[in-house]
Design a protein around this ligand. Sequence first.
Ligand SMILES: [Fe+2]
Length: 168
Amino acid sequence: MHNGYCPNQNCPCGLDPEKVETLVECLNIYLANLNVLFIKLHNIHWNVIGVGFFDIHVKTEELYDFVADQLDKVAERIKALGCYPLASMEDYLEVATISELPSGNISTPCAAKIIVEDFCSMLSLVRKIDSVAKETLDECTIGLLVEAICFFEKYIWFFSAYLSKCKN
Ligand SMILES: [Fe+2]
């Protein structure tokens, strides 16, 4: 990993270098998770089976499109802070806190449950990074994370509603 803080000599960013280094370490874990999630959501998109196939197949496309956009923004933010984003599958699997799924059939309820669980983990991670970004006074990163918080909260609601059963 190459997380060393290396500010642009021509334009110091004005942020505390030690705080930026801690923030970038957190952002790289988030970036690794986004990459694992990107592949995992494709796995579900392709291998989901059962009643509700079309719902999960179509929705996962919406999810991985957001994740793709977010992972590029996070990596570019790390570059703008003068550091290196992790950029290999080996690095991602080493630091990610989200686990992969084996390649094979997955039922629609299991798919929805996995999405809710992973999104809850992502939401909790993003909130922690958000507090580090606030301590660092890094407004740009804070803005990026707000978008992610809204996204994860919305889809935790969607997939929890999908999973809930009628009690009557
Ligand atoms: Fe597709």
